[in-house]
Design a binder for this molecule. Structure first.
Ligand SMILES: Cc1ncc(COP(=O)(O)O)c(C=O)c1O
Length: 491
Protein backbone atom coordinates (compact mmCIF):
# COMPACT_ATOMS: atom_id res chain seq x y z
CA UNK A 1 0.00 0.00 0.00
CA UNK A 2 1.03 3.60 -0.35
CA UNK A 3 3.48 5.06 2.11
CA UNK A 4 2.55 8.62 1.20
CA UNK A 5 -0.81 9.99 0.09
CA UNK A 6 -1.48 13.31 -1.56
CA UNK A 7 -4.83 15.03 -1.04
CA UNK A 8 -6.46 13.57 -4.16
CA UNK A 9 -5.38 10.01 -3.41
CA UNK A 10 -6.59 10.34 0.18
CA UNK A 11 -9.97 11.60 -1.00
CA UNK A 12 -10.23 8.55 -3.26
CA UNK A 13 -9.68 6.33 -0.22
CA UNK A 14 -12.16 8.27 1.88
CA UNK A 15 -15.03 8.02 -0.60
CA UNK A 16 -18.19 9.91 0.30
CA UNK A 17 -18.13 10.81 3.97
CA UNK A 18 -21.52 11.48 5.47
CA UNK A 19 -22.04 13.36 8.69
CA UNK A 20 -25.12 11.29 9.62
CA UNK A 21 -26.12 14.01 12.01
CA UNK A 22 -22.65 14.24 13.53
CA UNK A 23 -20.12 16.98 13.09
CA UNK A 24 -18.15 16.77 9.84
CA UNK A 25 -14.83 16.37 11.63
CA UNK A 26 -16.17 13.39 13.62
CA UNK A 27 -17.41 11.72 10.42
CA UNK A 28 -14.06 12.28 8.75
CA UNK A 29 -12.17 10.87 11.75
CA UNK A 30 -14.50 7.83 11.87
CA UNK A 31 -13.88 7.12 8.19
CA UNK A 32 -10.11 7.20 8.65
CA UNK A 33 -10.44 4.78 11.59
CA UNK A 34 -12.59 2.45 9.50
CA UNK A 35 -10.09 2.46 6.64
CA UNK A 36 -7.27 1.72 9.07
CA UNK A 37 -9.11 -1.01 10.91
CA UNK A 38 -10.16 -2.91 7.79
CA UNK A 39 -6.78 -2.59 6.12
CA UNK A 40 -7.68 -0.29 3.25
CA UNK A 41 -5.34 2.34 4.64
CA UNK A 42 -1.96 1.01 5.72
CA UNK A 43 -0.48 1.86 9.09
CA UNK A 44 2.57 4.06 8.54
CA UNK A 45 1.08 5.99 5.61
CA UNK A 46 1.98 9.65 5.47
CA UNK A 47 -1.26 11.64 5.21
CA UNK A 48 -1.63 14.96 3.36
CA UNK A 49 -1.34 18.24 5.23
CA UNK A 50 -4.51 19.77 6.67
CA UNK A 51 -4.48 22.44 3.99
CA UNK A 52 -3.99 19.95 1.13
CA UNK A 53 -6.77 17.63 2.32
CA UNK A 54 -9.15 20.53 2.96
CA UNK A 55 -8.59 21.75 -0.60
CA UNK A 56 -9.02 18.28 -2.07
CA UNK A 57 -12.25 17.72 -0.09
CA UNK A 58 -13.54 21.23 -0.69
CA UNK A 59 -14.13 21.82 3.03
CA UNK A 60 -12.76 24.19 5.64
CA UNK A 61 -9.29 23.60 7.02
CA UNK A 62 -10.74 23.78 10.54
CA UNK A 63 -12.77 20.59 9.92
CA UNK A 64 -9.70 18.67 8.82
CA UNK A 65 -7.67 20.09 11.71
CA UNK A 66 -10.32 18.96 14.21
CA UNK A 67 -10.49 15.48 12.63
CA UNK A 68 -6.70 15.11 12.69
CA UNK A 69 -6.66 16.32 16.28
CA UNK A 70 -9.24 13.69 17.27
CA UNK A 71 -7.30 11.01 15.39
CA UNK A 72 -4.13 12.01 17.21
CA UNK A 73 -5.98 11.76 20.52
CA UNK A 74 -7.25 8.26 19.73
CA UNK A 75 -3.79 7.20 18.52
CA UNK A 76 -4.68 6.83 14.83
CA UNK A 77 -2.34 9.57 13.67
CA UNK A 78 1.13 10.37 14.90
CA UNK A 79 3.41 13.30 14.14
CA UNK A 80 7.00 12.60 13.33
CA UNK A 81 9.24 15.55 13.83
CA UNK A 82 10.15 17.09 10.51
CA UNK A 83 8.41 14.45 8.43
CA UNK A 84 4.68 15.10 8.66
CA UNK A 85 1.77 13.08 10.03
CA UNK A 86 1.43 9.33 9.70
CA UNK A 87 -1.30 6.81 10.26
CA UNK A 88 -0.96 4.59 13.32
CA UNK A 89 -2.93 2.17 15.45
CA UNK A 90 -3.55 2.97 19.11
CA UNK A 91 -1.64 0.99 21.68
CA UNK A 92 -3.67 -0.49 24.50
CA UNK A 93 -7.42 -0.14 24.65
CA UNK A 94 -9.01 1.48 21.63
CA UNK A 95 -11.66 4.10 22.16
CA UNK A 96 -12.72 3.94 18.55
CA UNK A 97 -16.16 2.75 17.45
CA UNK A 98 -14.43 0.10 15.38
CA UNK A 99 -14.70 -3.30 17.01
CA UNK A 100 -11.50 -5.24 17.69
CA UNK A 101 -10.68 -7.99 15.21
CA UNK A 102 -10.39 -10.90 17.63
CA UNK A 103 -13.12 -12.00 20.04
CA UNK A 104 -12.52 -10.71 23.55
CA UNK A 105 -13.22 -12.53 26.77
CA UNK A 106 -16.80 -12.24 27.99
CA UNK A 107 -18.14 -12.57 24.46
CA UNK A 108 -20.84 -15.15 23.94
CA UNK A 109 -21.29 -17.42 20.92
CA UNK A 110 -21.76 -15.31 17.75
CA UNK A 111 -20.30 -12.26 19.52
CA UNK A 112 -16.92 -10.70 18.84
CA UNK A 113 -17.09 -8.71 22.09
CA UNK A 114 -19.81 -8.63 24.73
CA UNK A 115 -22.99 -7.58 22.92
CA UNK A 116 -21.32 -7.23 19.52
CA UNK A 117 -22.34 -9.49 16.62
CA UNK A 118 -19.54 -10.44 14.25
CA UNK A 119 -20.60 -10.22 10.62
CA UNK A 120 -17.09 -9.40 9.45
CA UNK A 121 -16.00 -13.01 9.28
CA UNK A 122 -17.81 -15.65 7.26
CA UNK A 123 -16.74 -18.64 9.32
CA UNK A 124 -19.04 -21.11 11.06
CA UNK A 125 -18.59 -22.52 14.55
CA UNK A 126 -17.25 -26.06 14.89
CA UNK A 127 -19.33 -29.25 14.96
CA UNK A 128 -18.34 -29.82 18.58
CA UNK A 129 -18.78 -33.56 18.92
CA UNK A 130 -16.99 -34.34 15.65
CA UNK A 131 -13.98 -32.19 16.51
CA UNK A 132 -13.82 -33.65 20.02
CA UNK A 133 -13.96 -37.20 18.60
CA UNK A 134 -11.25 -36.36 16.05
CA UNK A 135 -9.12 -34.98 18.89
CA UNK A 136 -9.47 -38.27 20.81
CA UNK A 137 -8.61 -40.31 17.73
CA UNK A 138 -5.58 -38.11 17.02
CA UNK A 139 -4.30 -38.50 20.58
CA UNK A 140 -4.66 -42.25 20.30
CA UNK A 141 -2.69 -42.25 17.03
CA UNK A 142 0.03 -39.90 18.28
CA UNK A 143 2.33 -42.50 19.93
CA UNK A 144 2.97 -44.11 16.54
CA UNK A 145 4.41 -40.80 15.35
CA UNK A 146 6.62 -40.05 18.35
CA UNK A 147 9.44 -42.28 17.18
CA UNK A 148 10.57 -39.90 14.42
CA UNK A 149 11.77 -36.28 14.63
CA UNK A 150 8.27 -34.86 13.94
CA UNK A 151 9.40 -32.67 11.07
CA UNK A 152 7.90 -33.24 7.67
CA UNK A 153 8.11 -30.28 5.32
CA UNK A 154 5.40 -31.64 3.02
CA UNK A 155 3.17 -33.02 5.75
CA UNK A 156 2.37 -36.38 7.38
CA UNK A 157 2.07 -39.11 4.73
CA UNK A 158 -1.15 -40.37 6.34
CA UNK A 159 -2.82 -36.95 5.94
CA UNK A 160 -1.48 -36.38 2.42
CA UNK A 161 -2.96 -39.73 1.44
CA UNK A 162 -6.41 -38.80 2.81
CA UNK A 163 -6.30 -35.41 1.04
CA UNK A 164 -5.21 -37.03 -2.24
CA UNK A 165 -8.02 -39.55 -1.97
CA UNK A 166 -10.56 -36.79 -1.38
CA UNK A 167 -9.36 -34.70 -4.35
CA UNK A 168 -9.38 -37.80 -6.55
CA UNK A 169 -12.95 -38.46 -5.45
CA UNK A 170 -13.89 -34.92 -6.49
CA UNK A 171 -12.61 -35.58 -10.03
CA UNK A 172 -9.03 -34.33 -9.67
CA UNK A 173 -6.81 -37.45 -9.74
CA UNK A 174 -4.10 -36.80 -7.17
CA UNK A 175 -1.20 -38.77 -5.71
CA UNK A 176 -0.09 -38.13 -2.10
CA UNK A 177 3.22 -36.65 -3.30
CA UNK A 178 1.29 -33.97 -5.21
CA UNK A 179 0.04 -32.60 -1.89
CA UNK A 180 1.68 -30.31 0.67
CA UNK A 181 0.04 -29.76 4.06
CA UNK A 182 -0.20 -26.12 5.15
CA UNK A 183 -1.76 -24.04 7.94
CA UNK A 184 -4.93 -23.33 5.95
CA UNK A 185 -5.56 -22.23 2.38
CA UNK A 186 -4.41 -18.65 2.96
CA UNK A 187 -1.05 -20.03 4.10
CA UNK A 188 -0.91 -22.23 1.00
CA UNK A 189 -1.58 -19.14 -1.15
CA UNK A 190 1.12 -17.17 0.66
CA UNK A 191 3.63 -20.00 0.14
CA UNK A 192 2.89 -20.07 -3.60
CA UNK A 193 3.29 -16.30 -3.86
CA UNK A 194 6.53 -16.41 -1.92
CA UNK A 195 7.94 -19.06 -4.24
CA UNK A 196 6.68 -17.80 -7.61
CA UNK A 197 6.23 -14.02 -7.39
CA UNK A 198 8.94 -11.36 -7.39
CA UNK A 199 8.51 -7.72 -6.33
CA UNK A 200 6.98 -5.74 -9.19
CA UNK A 201 5.28 -8.79 -10.75
CA UNK A 202 1.60 -8.59 -11.57
CA UNK A 203 -1.03 -10.88 -10.07
CA UNK A 204 -4.51 -11.28 -11.49
CA UNK A 205 -7.34 -11.15 -8.95
CA UNK A 206 -11.07 -11.27 -9.42
CA UNK A 207 -12.80 -8.01 -8.62
CA UNK A 208 -14.34 -8.42 -6.02
CA UNK A 209 -12.28 -11.03 -4.20
CA UNK A 210 -11.20 -12.33 -0.79
CA UNK A 211 -9.56 -9.39 1.04
CA UNK A 212 -6.57 -11.33 2.38
CA UNK A 213 -5.68 -12.27 -1.20
CA UNK A 214 -5.46 -8.57 -2.07
CA UNK A 215 -3.30 -7.92 0.97
CA UNK A 216 -1.05 -10.80 0.01
CA UNK A 217 -0.34 -9.24 -3.39
CA UNK A 218 0.53 -5.94 -1.79
CA UNK A 219 2.73 -7.47 0.89
CA UNK A 220 4.64 -9.29 -1.84
CA UNK A 221 5.25 -5.86 -3.44
CA UNK A 222 3.45 -7.22 -6.48
CA UNK A 223 0.82 -5.33 -8.46
CA UNK A 224 -2.81 -6.46 -8.40
CA UNK A 225 -4.45 -6.70 -11.82
CA UNK A 226 -8.20 -6.74 -11.19
CA UNK A 227 -10.49 -8.78 -13.44
CA UNK A 228 -14.09 -7.60 -13.12
CA UNK A 229 -16.69 -10.32 -12.63
CA UNK A 230 -19.89 -10.11 -14.64
CA UNK A 231 -23.41 -10.66 -13.39
CA UNK A 232 -26.20 -12.25 -15.38
CA UNK A 233 -29.82 -11.06 -15.41
CA UNK A 234 -30.46 -12.87 -12.12
CA UNK A 235 -27.44 -11.25 -10.51
CA UNK A 236 -25.38 -14.46 -10.54
CA UNK A 237 -21.62 -14.23 -10.98
CA UNK A 238 -20.17 -14.87 -14.43
CA UNK A 239 -16.51 -15.14 -15.41
CA UNK A 240 -15.74 -13.42 -18.73
CA UNK A 241 -13.24 -15.78 -20.34
CA UNK A 242 -12.42 -13.44 -23.24
CA UNK A 243 -11.67 -10.67 -20.73
CA UNK A 244 -9.57 -13.09 -18.67
CA UNK A 245 -7.54 -14.11 -21.72
CA UNK A 246 -7.05 -10.46 -22.72
CA UNK A 247 -5.64 -9.62 -19.28
CA UNK A 248 -3.29 -12.61 -19.42
CA UNK A 249 -2.09 -11.48 -22.86
CA UNK A 250 -1.69 -7.80 -22.01
CA UNK A 251 -0.49 -7.96 -18.40
CA UNK A 252 1.41 -11.26 -18.34
CA UNK A 253 0.73 -11.79 -14.62
CA UNK A 254 2.99 -14.10 -12.63
CA UNK A 255 -0.13 -15.80 -11.22
CA UNK A 256 -3.90 -15.67 -11.58
CA UNK A 257 -5.91 -16.28 -8.38
CA UNK A 258 -9.51 -17.48 -8.78
CA UNK A 259 -12.21 -18.69 -6.39
CA UNK A 260 -14.47 -20.69 -8.71
CA UNK A 261 -16.61 -22.43 -6.13
CA UNK A 262 -18.80 -20.24 -4.00
CA UNK A 263 -16.70 -17.27 -4.81
CA UNK A 264 -16.04 -15.03 -1.84
CA UNK A 265 -17.86 -12.62 -1.59
CA UNK A 266 -20.41 -13.15 -4.40
CA UNK A 267 -21.12 -16.86 -3.85
CA UNK A 268 -20.79 -17.50 -7.61
CA UNK A 269 -19.96 -20.88 -9.13
CA UNK A 270 -17.95 -21.19 -12.36
CA UNK A 271 -19.62 -23.54 -14.83
CA UNK A 272 -17.78 -26.54 -16.25
CA UNK A 273 -17.33 -25.04 -19.71
CA UNK A 274 -15.76 -21.89 -18.28
CA UNK A 275 -13.39 -23.99 -16.17
CA UNK A 276 -12.08 -25.66 -19.32
CA UNK A 277 -11.76 -22.33 -21.13
CA UNK A 278 -9.93 -20.70 -18.19
CA UNK A 279 -7.38 -23.53 -18.08
CA UNK A 280 -6.92 -23.36 -21.86
CA UNK A 281 -6.32 -19.57 -21.73
CA UNK A 282 -3.84 -19.93 -18.86
CA UNK A 283 -2.03 -22.65 -20.83
CA UNK A 284 -1.86 -20.47 -23.98
CA UNK A 285 -0.33 -17.61 -22.03
CA UNK A 286 1.82 -19.71 -19.70
CA UNK A 287 0.25 -18.27 -16.53
CA UNK A 288 0.01 -20.49 -13.42
CA UNK A 289 -3.47 -20.64 -11.93
CA UNK A 290 -4.08 -20.56 -8.18
CA UNK A 291 -7.51 -22.06 -7.55
CA UNK A 292 -8.86 -21.47 -4.06
CA UNK A 293 -11.26 -24.33 -3.34
CA UNK A 294 -11.68 -23.82 0.39
CA UNK A 295 -15.43 -23.16 0.01
CA UNK A 296 -16.00 -25.89 -2.56
CA UNK A 297 -17.74 -28.42 -0.32
CA UNK A 298 -20.32 -25.91 0.84
CA UNK A 299 -22.77 -26.29 -2.04
CA UNK A 300 -26.27 -25.85 -0.72
CA UNK A 301 -28.44 -26.59 -3.74
CA UNK A 302 -26.56 -28.61 -6.39
CA UNK A 303 -23.10 -30.22 -6.38
CA UNK A 304 -20.43 -28.20 -8.20
CA UNK A 305 -18.41 -29.34 -11.26
CA UNK A 306 -15.02 -31.06 -10.75
CA UNK A 307 -12.14 -28.84 -9.55
CA UNK A 308 -10.62 -26.53 -12.22
CA UNK A 309 -7.38 -28.55 -12.06
CA UNK A 310 -9.23 -31.50 -13.61
CA UNK A 311 -9.06 -29.69 -16.96
CA UNK A 312 -5.25 -29.40 -16.78
CA UNK A 313 -4.39 -32.59 -18.58
CA UNK A 314 -1.58 -31.52 -20.93
CA UNK A 315 1.88 -32.38 -19.53
CA UNK A 316 4.21 -29.43 -19.12
CA UNK A 317 1.51 -26.76 -19.26
CA UNK A 318 1.29 -23.83 -16.85
CA UNK A 319 0.57 -25.40 -13.46
CA UNK A 320 -2.81 -25.34 -11.79
CA UNK A 321 -2.30 -25.04 -8.04
CA UNK A 322 -5.29 -25.98 -5.93
CA UNK A 323 -5.76 -24.67 -2.39
CA UNK A 324 -8.05 -26.29 0.14
CA UNK A 325 -8.69 -26.43 3.85
CA UNK A 326 -10.95 -27.63 6.63
CA UNK A 327 -11.75 -24.07 7.74
CA UNK A 328 -15.16 -23.72 6.12
CA UNK A 329 -16.25 -27.34 5.89
CA UNK A 330 -15.37 -28.09 9.52
CA UNK A 331 -13.71 -25.35 11.56
CA UNK A 332 -11.17 -22.55 11.01
CA UNK A 333 -9.50 -23.34 14.32
CA UNK A 334 -8.10 -26.62 13.01
CA UNK A 335 -5.69 -24.52 10.90
CA UNK A 336 -4.89 -27.28 8.47
CA UNK A 337 -5.10 -26.84 4.72
CA UNK A 338 -3.26 -27.99 1.61
CA UNK A 339 -1.65 -27.12 -1.66
CA UNK A 340 -2.08 -29.54 -4.56
CA UNK A 341 0.11 -29.14 -7.63
CA UNK A 342 2.79 -30.67 -9.84
CA UNK A 343 5.68 -32.21 -7.89
CA UNK A 344 8.25 -29.80 -9.35
CA UNK A 345 6.25 -26.78 -8.15
CA UNK A 346 5.75 -28.35 -4.72
CA UNK A 347 9.52 -28.84 -4.45
CA UNK A 348 10.05 -25.18 -5.28
CA UNK A 349 7.44 -24.10 -2.74
CA UNK A 350 8.90 -26.43 -0.10
CA UNK A 351 12.40 -25.07 -0.64
CA UNK A 352 11.31 -21.48 -0.12
CA UNK A 353 9.04 -22.45 2.82
CA UNK A 354 11.79 -24.05 4.87
CA UNK A 355 13.55 -20.84 5.86
CA UNK A 356 10.75 -19.74 8.15
CA UNK A 357 8.33 -22.64 8.58
CA UNK A 358 9.74 -26.15 8.69
CA UNK A 359 6.68 -28.32 9.21
CA UNK A 360 3.05 -28.44 10.29
CA UNK A 361 2.16 -29.65 13.82
CA UNK A 362 1.74 -33.42 14.01
CA UNK A 363 -1.24 -33.54 16.38
CA UNK A 364 -3.27 -31.08 14.29
CA UNK A 365 -2.49 -33.06 11.17
CA UNK A 366 -3.78 -36.21 12.84
CA UNK A 367 -6.94 -34.33 13.87
CA UNK A 368 -7.35 -33.16 10.27
CA UNK A 369 -6.87 -36.68 8.90
CA UNK A 370 -9.54 -37.97 11.26
CA UNK A 371 -11.96 -35.15 10.33
CA UNK A 372 -11.39 -35.62 6.61
CA UNK A 373 -12.21 -39.32 6.93
CA UNK A 374 -15.62 -38.44 8.37
CA UNK A 375 -16.29 -35.14 6.57
CA UNK A 376 -18.83 -36.62 4.19
CA UNK A 377 -20.88 -37.67 7.22
CA UNK A 378 -20.67 -34.14 8.64
CA UNK A 379 -21.44 -32.18 5.49
CA UNK A 380 -25.16 -33.00 5.07
CA UNK A 381 -25.93 -31.43 8.44
CA UNK A 382 -23.70 -28.42 7.81
CA UNK A 383 -25.35 -27.87 4.43
CA UNK A 384 -28.84 -28.16 5.92
CA UNK A 385 -27.97 -25.63 8.63
CA UNK A 386 -26.43 -23.14 6.19
CA UNK A 387 -29.33 -23.58 3.74
CA UNK A 388 -31.80 -22.70 6.49
CA UNK A 389 -29.73 -19.71 7.61
CA UNK A 390 -29.20 -18.46 4.04
CA UNK A 391 -32.93 -18.55 3.36
CA UNK A 392 -33.67 -16.96 6.72
CA UNK A 393 -31.25 -14.08 6.07
CA UNK A 394 -32.64 -13.52 2.57
CA UNK A 395 -36.17 -13.42 4.00
CA UNK A 396 -35.24 -11.09 6.86
CA UNK A 397 -33.45 -8.66 4.56
CA UNK A 398 -36.33 -8.66 2.07
CA UNK A 399 -38.74 -7.85 4.89
CA UNK A 400 -36.73 -5.35 6.89
CA UNK A 401 -34.46 -3.73 4.29
CA UNK A 402 -36.42 -4.07 1.04
CA UNK A 403 -34.25 -1.57 -0.83
CA UNK A 404 -31.24 -3.84 -0.51
CA UNK A 405 -30.94 -6.72 -2.93
CA UNK A 406 -28.89 -9.88 -2.98
CA UNK A 407 -28.94 -12.81 -5.39
CA UNK A 408 -29.54 -16.17 -3.74
CA UNK A 409 -26.14 -17.89 -3.67
CA UNK A 410 -26.16 -21.62 -4.37
CA UNK A 411 -23.45 -22.18 -1.79
CA UNK A 412 -20.77 -20.59 0.36
CA UNK A 413 -21.38 -18.68 3.55
CA UNK A 414 -22.48 -15.14 2.69
CA UNK A 415 -24.64 -12.79 0.66
CA UNK A 416 -23.13 -10.03 -1.46
CA UNK A 417 -25.68 -7.33 -0.85
CA UNK A 418 -26.27 -4.44 -3.24
CA UNK A 419 -27.18 -1.48 -1.03
CA UNK A 420 -28.59 0.57 -3.90
CA UNK A 421 -26.42 3.47 -2.73
CA UNK A 422 -22.67 3.99 -2.37
CA UNK A 423 -22.72 3.99 1.42
CA UNK A 424 -20.96 0.82 2.53
CA UNK A 425 -18.22 2.45 4.61
CA UNK A 426 -20.72 4.75 6.30
CA UNK A 427 -22.95 1.74 7.01
CA UNK A 428 -20.04 -0.12 8.61
CA UNK A 429 -19.43 2.82 10.92
CA UNK A 430 -23.12 3.18 11.80
CA UNK A 431 -23.42 -0.60 12.31
CA UNK A 432 -20.46 -0.54 14.71
CA UNK A 433 -22.40 1.97 16.81
CA UNK A 434 -25.28 -0.57 16.86
CA UNK A 435 -22.96 -3.40 17.92
CA UNK A 436 -22.51 -5.13 14.56
CA UNK A 437 -19.06 -5.68 13.10
CA UNK A 438 -19.11 -5.72 9.28
CA UNK A 439 -16.56 -5.63 6.46
CA UNK A 440 -17.19 -2.78 4.01
CA UNK A 441 -17.57 -3.50 0.29
CA UNK A 442 -14.33 -1.76 -0.76
CA UNK A 443 -12.38 -4.23 1.39
CA UNK A 444 -13.18 -6.79 -1.35
CA UNK A 445 -11.78 -4.78 -4.25
CA UNK A 446 -8.94 -2.61 -5.37
CA UNK A 447 -9.09 1.11 -6.03
CA UNK A 448 -12.04 1.86 -3.73
CA UNK A 449 -14.58 -0.18 -5.73
CA UNK A 450 -17.75 -1.68 -4.18
CA UNK A 451 -18.86 1.22 -1.97
CA UNK A 452 -22.37 0.13 -2.98
CA UNK A 453 -22.03 -3.40 -1.55
CA UNK A 454 -21.62 -5.15 1.75
CA UNK A 455 -20.98 -8.81 2.51
CA UNK A 456 -23.38 -10.32 5.03
CA UNK A 457 -22.60 -13.87 6.21
CA UNK A 458 -25.30 -16.33 7.22
CA UNK A 459 -23.10 -18.34 9.56
CA UNK A 460 -25.00 -17.40 12.75
CA UNK A 461 -28.14 -19.03 14.23
CA UNK A 462 -31.42 -17.53 12.99
CA UNK A 463 -32.15 -15.57 16.18
CA UNK A 464 -28.77 -13.86 15.89
CA UNK A 465 -29.46 -13.19 12.20
CA UNK A 466 -32.75 -11.50 13.16
CA UNK A 467 -31.03 -9.40 15.80
CA UNK A 468 -28.25 -8.44 13.37
CA UNK A 469 -30.70 -7.47 10.61
CA UNK A 470 -32.72 -5.32 13.05
CA UNK A 471 -29.53 -3.55 14.10
CA UNK A 472 -28.48 -3.08 10.47
CA UNK A 473 -31.87 -1.52 9.74
CA UNK A 474 -31.39 0.93 12.62
CA UNK A 475 -27.90 1.74 11.37
CA UNK A 476 -29.23 2.28 7.84
CA UNK A 477 -31.99 4.56 9.15
CA UNK A 478 -29.56 6.73 11.09
CA UNK A 479 -27.59 6.98 7.87
CA UNK A 480 -30.59 8.11 5.89
CA UNK A 481 -31.55 10.60 8.55
CA UNK A 482 -28.08 12.05 8.39
CA UNK A 483 -27.66 11.88 4.64
CA UNK A 484 -28.05 15.58 3.90
CA UNK A 485 -25.43 16.50 6.49
CA UNK A 486 -22.56 15.45 4.26
CA UNK A 487 -19.09 16.55 5.22
CA UNK A 488 -20.07 20.08 4.48
CA UNK A 489 -17.79 23.01 3.84
CA UNK A 490 -17.10 25.01 6.97
CA UNK A 491 -16.91 28.67 6.24
C1 LIG B 1 -11.69 -17.54 -0.46
C2 LIG B 1 -11.00 -17.79 0.85
N1 LIG B 1 -9.72 -18.20 0.84
C3 LIG B 1 -9.07 -18.44 1.99
C4 LIG B 1 -9.67 -18.26 3.21
C5 LIG B 1 -8.89 -18.54 4.44
O1 LIG B 1 -9.04 -19.87 4.73
P1 LIG B 1 -8.10 -20.69 5.69
O2 LIG B 1 -8.69 -20.58 7.06
O3 LIG B 1 -8.15 -22.06 5.15
O4 LIG B 1 -6.72 -20.11 5.61
C6 LIG B 1 -11.00 -17.83 3.26
C7 LIG B 1 -11.66 -17.59 4.55
O5 LIG B 1 -12.63 -16.87 4.63
C8 LIG B 1 -11.69 -17.60 2.05
O6 LIG B 1 -12.96 -17.20 2.04
Amino acid sequence: MESQLNGTAFVRHLGTVSGDGRAGYAALADRVRTLLSDGRLAVGTRVPSERELATALGIGRGTVAAAYEQLRETGHLARRRGSGTWTALPSGTSTTPVVPFAPTSGAGPSEIAPGVIDLAHAAPAAPVDAVAAAGQEALAALPDHLVGPGYDLLGLPVLRAVIAERLTGQGLPTAPDEVMVTAGSQHAHALVVRALVRPGDRMLLEQPTYPNAIDLVRHASARPVPMALDRDALGRTRWDVAGFAAILRESAPALAYLVPDHHNPTGGVMDAETRGAVVAAARRHGVPLVIDDCLRDLWLDDPVPPPVGAWATVPGEAPVLTLGSLSKTVWGGVRIGWLRGPRAVLRRVATSRASDDIASPVLEQLVAASLLRRVDDLLPERRATMRERRDHLLGALARVLPDWSAPRPTGGLSLWVDLGAARSSALVEAAARQGVHLAAGPRFGTGGAFEGFVRVPYTHPVDVIDDAVARLATAWETLDAGAPAMLSPVV
